[in-house]
Design a protein around this ligand. Structure first.
Ligand SMILES: [Zn+2]
Length: 404
């Protein structure tokens, strides 16, 4: 793989051994659409290791043996890349980057990143905004990145919005981040300007510890994407931008509650296709988040979707599902759930308020892995606002997917 970066344009050329099909770090199969993308609103002279990590978030799935950058990287970066992926990086010759002192939040505007932001009221935001790619047809015209960017602006926090078409480098399964970490490309390139030492993400306990998202239902202490000792955690640390998961110890029920109680509640928006006046209420994300919100607010489900809708089909299939812990939580708490499109899922679970109450507390090892400069704040916040898990509840986390 050969990578160049000039005037906001990232271009990469595959070597003979590289392939246009690959797997993201969560093992999900992905396919390349095109070999260039732009990242704007970033300085031209970022530390070469920052540029290299930003580029790696886009090209990692396609690279087999080596990657050659258009500028020298540090020996430390090359070593960590090799340790994690078995890929040779070069040329080598730069001094490593020293970590800065600031924690920024990678801010999407969804409940999870709003909850992360609520823990650090002074942290600046970096927002990734999707823009169309000049050479790839836009198959997602309903995606309202303009609405999300405007809501981010309305938070009043110091905000850096980075515009990029990098998601269109992915042909399959759909436009999106080649690696989950590509959302951070703009933050990485701005890390010197913002003096970043850490970047906070809204990944919660499901994503960090319960194998959530695209890989399912197992306890994942060595999560390759988000554990500090995982390959991505080590790579970010090598360039002085530690991955920080402020809400990594709590469930989406907790992040939902914290977000709706926070001063940013008016700007919370998890729906990618809703218009300026509100979420669409019918996409898969809206339905899933409504399940969680109704459970948190202990009220009946409020959705226009019925059991006959195609969106309901997923809930007629047996588990496992991504986010299964939250499905169990919702089934146990929503009044009248047996009269909704989730009725079919009731057959698969035996969830009760007692059996799901561990999802209302914080898993302490998640606090222990927050880097020292920001750990105390998260620990005191979680202790005061959420409460820490008991030994029995910790056991529930650590046996997730292996029992029942
Ligand atoms: Zn929606």
């Amino acid at each position: 793989m050969r990578v160049t970066w000039a005037d906001g344009l990232l271009t990469f050329r595959l070597d003979l051994e590289d392939q246009i099909t690959g797997k993201a770090s969560d093992e999900y199969p992905v396919k390349l659409a095109t070999n260039s993308c732009t990242i704007t609103d970033v300085p031209d002279d970022a530390h070469p290791d920052l540029f290299a990590v930003a580029a790696w978030t886009v090209v990692a799935p396609w690279t087999r043996k080596r990657i050659t950058f258009d500028r020298a990287v540090s020996a430390r970066f090359a070593q960590v890349l090799h340790d994690g992926w078995g890929v040779e990086a070069g040329p080598v010759g730069a001094e490593p980057r020293a970590a800065g002192g600031t924690l920024a939040i990678s801010y999407s505007g969804g409940a999870d990143s709003v909850a992360a932001a609520a823990i650090y009221p002074d942290a600046p935001f970096v927002h990734f905004r999707r823009v169309p790619h000049p050479r790839v047809p836009n198959r997602w015209p309903h995606y309202r990145s303009d609405v999300l960017a405007r809501l981010a602006q309305q938070t009043g926090r110091p905000l850096t919005t980075v515009r990029s078409d990098l998601e269109y480098t992915l042909a399959e399964p759909r436009p999106g981040y080649p690696e989950h970490h590509a959302v951070a490309a703009g933050a990485l390139l701005n890390a010197d300007r913002l003096d970043l030492g850490g970047l906070g993400f809204g990944y919660e306990i499901g994503s960090r510890w319960l194998g959530g998202g695209r890989y399912l239902h197992r306890y994942t202490p060595d999560n390759p994407m988000w554990a500090p000792h995982g390959k991505w955690g080590r790579l970010f640390a090598a360039v002085g931008v530690h991955i920080v998961l402020p809400v990594g110890g709590v469930s989406e029920a907790v992040t939902m509650r914290l977000a709706l109680e926070s001063e940013l509640a008016g700007q919370v928006r998890w729906c990618l296709s809703g218009a300026a006046d509100g979420p669409c209420r019918t996409c898969a994300k809206c339905l899933y988040k409504e399940l969680i919100q109704a459970a948190v607010e202990r009220r009946p489900l409020d959705t226009p979707l019925t059991a006959g809708h195609p969106r309901a089909r997923k809930w007629l299939r047996p588990p496992p599902y991504g986010g299964q812990e939250m499905v169990e939580y919702g089934l146990a708490r929503i009044p009248g759930i047996e009269r909704t499109l989730f009725a079919g899922a009731l057959d698969y679970f035996d969830a009760t308020e007692e059996s799901t109450s561990w999802l209302e507390h914080c898993y302490p090892p998640a606090l222990a892995e927050i880097p020292e400069p920001w750990r105390e704040r998260a620990t005191s916040f979680m202790t005061a606002e959420v409460g820490l898990m008991t030994e029995k509840e910790i056991h529930r986390v650590e046996t997730w997917g292996s029992t029942g």
